[in-house]
Structure formats: structure tokens, C-alpha cells
Design a protein around this ligand. Sequence first.
Ligand code: AGP
Length: 611
Amino acid sequence: MCGIVGYIGRKSAIDILLEGLTSLEYRGYDSSGIAVNIDGKIKLYKAAGKLQNLKDIVDKDYREVSKSTIGIGHIRWATHGAPTVENAHPHSCNCGRLAVVHNGIIENFKELKEKLEKKGCVFRSQTDTETVAHLVAAKFAETKDLTEAVRLATKEIEGAYALCVIHQDVKDTIVATRRNAPLVVGLGEGENFVASDVPALIQYTKKAMYIEDNQIVTLTPDTIDLIDIDKKKVNQKFETLPWEPVALSKMGYKHFMLKEIHEQPDVVRNVLSGKLRAIDEPIVLKEVTLDKEKLKNLSRIQIVACGTSLHAAMVGKYLIEDFCGIAVDVEPSSEYIYRKTITDKNTLVIGVSQSGETADTITAIRQAKSRGSHILIVTNRPDSTMAREADSLVPVNAGIEVSVAATKSYMAQLISFYLLAIYMAEVKGIKDLETLKHELIILPQKIEKILAHKEEIQKCARTFANSKDFIFIARGINFPTALEGALKLKEISYINATGYTAGELKHGPIAMLDESMPVLSILMTGKVYEKMLSNSEEAKARNAKMIALTDSTDSNLYELFDSLIHIPPISEILSPALAVVPLQLLAYYIAEFLGKDVDQPRNLAKSVTVE
Ligand code: AGP
């Protein structure tokens, strides 16, 4: 989703801003812009579409633009108003002396706009953000103090925001603030940085401070001042970021998605490391602080998440119910927050999020926390808002994921749920999970086998790349795998793909089947294998093109299925962690075959920071 970067120092700002925006590109956006100060005057450069369009515009004016040692930049994922140049950030006020970039949504922008228009403000865009530009400009006209102007403006703004503001009358100053949207400041020598996410500043500094809600930070090249909304000084807590810039390289792969799929064996090893030490030792989850007596007496668990994380949560439900006998509800965060959910202090609420910044999930966990529930967060970003608000944490250690389509973070979430479910079972005194622990340890080798022999998957991708629709069916613990396989395919190839429980096929979806419809059966040996075969027969009888993803070596399957994708044998309970890999690859090869923008699919954002 939108991204912010700001620089103030003694170097030319433009390259730093553009590089910062490039490193945030993966989040998904549809226009971009920067504001710099050239010879004492604020100048805006904006473009619709890809960042390259902005770079081309800036290039034409490079000699002038490169004079500026201060600047703010933005990539915009459209919410209010189409992705046009006029709606691209930065936005300005009537006099053009101020520039604002904004992530989030100003919920009361209509009322603010009406008031501001009555005072003579002329709006040039359809965005909610432009109200902030006019509002801060009005406050600045009264106070002549940019920090104070931003502070007073935030008292009138409702909604979610990370904001960066510059004004030509206050040279060498950037003012930034946030509420329910991430913002991080990077400390340099004779220069300072601000951004909505770490990748934008990691190549310049590793010393960073996360800004909290309602704090206002004022940056000059040599100083950083931090106050709260009541003007009180706040202690500055800088930390050393554990990130390496190399994480953002494709390392020879054509796309980040392909690289990230191939990283999964190591991701599994990383997640297990230090937590699963030996099969006869209990699982260690240091950051789970829930009292063991309380854990034993939990009445229910609720898991909230969105998209791919929701699918990992569905596997988690299956595992916790199976191992621990505790009732688990899984719900999309965006539904959970708009109904009367029954939670109390005996309910554990688990939030799952790759980014830790998904607005719906943040709101869901805050609601649950206010009702007294213990909040456990499973996230790939221990530095995120969710992680910082959690009572307990399961850090999933997948490393930064650049491709919008989640792959390795899903794997890491799945493995984390296996560990969590075993941990909970062990706390409850259930001890017969050694075979599963052993299988977890050897899982990376099985994933490596799939990655080394992709021919069946590539062939299947070529055969079905021109399909308009795609159906994935599964039963039991692999139903979420079917949903995830379908989500991956639709996200990056734009093929209409849907996952169904195989038993539901005959209750409606079977009406869609004919010779043009591929049906992929997730056919794992185990208790639902025979039933899956029957459901596949039913689809075959309607002339559907049948594909099996299976760990069975039964040669009779060639009679029922048009294409087969084999994976190494695996227990049914662990099979979601293996079966998803060929589905990620299938989606990847189909999208690549169709020439789609694999890493930055249209309309999608990596981190969805609006509700
Ligand atoms: C996954 O491929 C998607 N990009 C999307 O569904 C994602 O999983 C969802 O937006 C949730 O994000 P989160 O895990 O960062 O909360």
C-alpha cells in the first residue's frame, strides 16, 4: 500500500528519495510523487503509473532537482480518487509553500473540506489528503511554527495516518506524525531519514526509532525532537535494525516470488531453530507469556487474519482443535470487527499477519484486548505495530518478503502454528507428538525435492495457462491449501480461481463443470483420500479437466487424471506445508507464461493499512 520516505541532510535528496521509493515499490501502488526545496521554493513532481514515470520526469529537471537537500516522497495506492497525477501525493495548499505526503485515510475529510472551502481553500484533487495540506497551512499561518501547526491539525483529523510535511518558510525541517499507520525515523550523521517502512532507509542507517501513535517528530539535519500530542517531550528510543540491504536483491531469480518460494526450506529451518530442539524435548516458545495454568483452562481461542494469513490460521484451527481439544474460531479480521464477538479473559485471541500492519487485524486485536483477552501475534515483523501491542509473540522468521503474493511467509506461519499447537498440547500434558516433530525436522528436504523437480508443475502450467477459470478441491486439513492455491493463482495471473471443500462440489459448483474447467484435486494419502477420489470421479464424469496433486504413487491415477503433480510422501497432518509449494509454483509459472507482473500484481498492496 502507500509508502512514505523523507530525507533531510547535506547530500542531494533526490536519489535517496527515489531509491527509498523504489525499495517500497513492492508494497503495491499506482502513482508517485516527490516534493523538494529548490532555491527556497517547494517544487512538486508527480506521475501516474509506475515509479519509472516519475523518474523520467525528474530526469528532465535533474540539475535543478538535485540541488535540494530536503525532500519527501510517496507512492500512492488509490483510495479516494483515481490514480491520476492530480491525485498523486505530495499535496499542497493554496499558496504552494507547503507539501504533505500521507498514508492512511482521513475519515472526516468531507467535513474538514467543507470548513476549509468556506475559508477560501481551493481543492485540486479528489483525495482526503489534500484537506491535511490546507489544514496544516492554515495552522501554520496562525502559529508560524510547523511542528505546532501539525500538532494542532492532528487534533482535528480523524482516521489513520502517517504524515510528513515540509514548508518553504521553515528551511531544513521535516515534521512527521502518525496514528494507526507505521512510521520510522532513521538516524544518520548530519542527516536524518523518515519512512513508512524500514526498506526505505536500511541502506543508509541501521539506527532507527519507531514513532508511536500521536507523537510528532521534527527532523533537521542534526537534530530530532519528539513530542506527544500534549507537547510533552518524549524519550527517544533508538534501536539497531537487524536488517541487511541484501535481502532486497533477487539473487539471480527472475522474480522475487520465485526466489522466495525457493527460500522455503531455509525458512522452515529458521522457524524451527531454537524452538524444536529435539523430538523428545518440549517445544520452546520464549515470547509466549500466557500463564501455563491459564493456557490449560482456556475456554476458547479466536484467530483473526486476512488473505493468506487467514488460510494459515485455518490450518492452525485444525491443529489446535486436534491436538489440544480447545474450540477455535477463525474469522477474517474485517468481519470480526463489525459484529458482537464474544470474548473474555478466558479467550485467547491470536492475530496472524505477515506485515503486522494490516489495519483490519490491528483493529480486531485492539477490540479483543479491550475486553481483557490475551493477545498472541504470529507475525513476520517483530518490529510491527501488532508485535509491539501483543501480550505474546510468535515471530515467524521468514525474512523480508518482497513479492506481493505471500509464499515464504505463509510457510513460516504454518510452521509456527505446528509449533504453537504442539507447545499448547505439551502444556496440557499431551505427549504423543514425537513423530510429527521428526517429520517437521525433515520437511525442508522434502520441499527441496519439489524445488529440484519442477517439470510436472511447469508442464501443467503450460497446459492450463489459458484457462479462464480454475477450481481447487480438497478436504480436511488441506481445504485451506485449496483456498491458498486458488488465491495465489488469481492474485498473479488474474484467472478466476476458487477453492472448495470437495464434498461441497456437488451442492452447487458442479454446475459449472465442463471440458473447459480444470479441477485440481489435493489428493493426500490419509483419511480423506478415498473420498477425494470419489469427488474427483464426480468431476471427471462432468468432463472437467482433472489435475491431481498427490503423494500417492498409485499408477491407476493416470486413468482418472489428465495431469499429475507428485510430491514426496508425507503424513496427512503435515501435508499442508508440502502441498502448498507446487501450488505456489503452478501459479507462478502460469503468471510468468502469461507475461504478468508477478511481483507487483495490479490493484494489490503488500501491506493493507486501510480498513
Ligand atoms: C497474500 O498473497 C496477499 N498479498 C494478501 O492476501 C495478504 O495475505 C493479506 O493482505 C494479509 O496481509 P498480512 O498477512 O500482512 O496481514
